[in-house]
Write a protein that binds this ligand. Sequence first.
Ligand code: 4AD
Ligand code: MG
Length: 441
Amino acid sequence: AQYQKIKIRQGINSRDKKVKVSAWVHRLRSQKGRIFLVLRDGSGYMQAVLSDRLTQTYDAMTLTSESTVEVWGTLAAVPEGKSAPDGHELVADYWKVIGKAPGGDDAFTNKISKDADPSLLADMRHLVIRGETASAVLKVRAAVLRAFRDEYESLGLLEVTPPCMVQTQVEGGGTLFKFDYYGQPAFLTQSSQLYLETCLPSLGDVFCVQESFRAEKSHTRRHLSEYTHLEAELGFLNFAELLEHLEQVICGTLERVMANPATASLITQLNPDFKQPSRPFRRMDYKDAIKWLNENDVRTDDGSPHKVGDDIAEAAERKMTDALGVPIFLVGFPREIKAFYMKRIPGDEEFTESVDLLMPGVGEIVGGSMRMSDATELLEAYKGEGIDASPYYWYTDQRVYGTCEHGGYGLGVERLLAWTLNRYTVRDCSLYPRFTGRCTP
Ligand code: 4AD
Ligand code: MG
């Protein structure tokens, strides 16, 4: 007979056919002289059954989970009352082992229990990602990135790929990773924003999906040293329009993700309480947030009441967001605590046209603003920040050669996922997370 080679997800179209599947043994058990395998190939899970003489070989008797196998057989609906992934099982005609995984004390499953020491789990991340939870998170991650690209496509933004190796800072010198670039000092990028701004006159509204790097000294559950940064920049718009665009991108992307039944089922499996955020998002002025914090007796990290001008620390921000329980556009931060390029509010120059999007359980997932559009004002701002303007000549030129009102934002992909999937830490939403003290595997 002819066996058709399939990936597990294609099983649904191959009922009652002869197929060949190559996969890892996800789980196995023996029952009444038969061996039941749950196979995994990344595209899905499939039950396979070995019976009679197929179970009598040395390989069958010593088979371990995580071994790779090839199985040839017929894909049959499971009998009434039995359950199996996709409702069918591969009844094997023959099979073979490709690579045997260690059993006994060395078995992968013995090492990776939910209660294992977090640093062991981090060391074993290459095996942890084989697990159902970790792989489901990574699949949703892929779906989210795809949906963002579709959403941007429909809104008319073009994707660009800015460089990772740079000689300018965007978000403050304190978190720069420095390295030697052919004898010159250079940095790993903190944000592609400045490059995106220069693309406006060339390509119109643009976005990028690029790794950003931050030498964060703090150990928190939402900071990585390398994270996936989704950034967009738009020209000829005002602050209100920027916020509306951002709301559309977040909601539109999540709607696209949930419109795919396979992805939607992964999301509800990981986070049964997931619900689409309702629009419009609540708007809250920075000054009203300070008021709210004091009225609700939420103190600064050193225990004093908040005053206008203070940065809102992670703990306070989280308390407020959790108490309000909805996404919040926090707008109008003081100039002093924000980046040098942010546009001042006309008539209230100590404050900026800036926004953080806060989500319950995670806090800030997006930071954005309108940008200064005047070259002279920008040159003053470099000075105020103690930045040497010369390496920024190309950024300044964006304002010299035909300026425009413009703005944009950056979204931390791992933070959006942590919120969507209700993960305790962003580390669970990265393939191989980088954080203080961890650069392997
Ligand atoms: O608020 P941030 O620093 O803003 C910028 O970098 C702007 N230049 C972006 C822009 O306007 N194009 O960072 C943006 C987002 C944050 O809201 C957060 O979600 C994420 O990036 N982020 C981090 N995620 C994980 N680990 C870190 N260390 C992060 N730092 C920022
Ligand atoms: Mg920020």
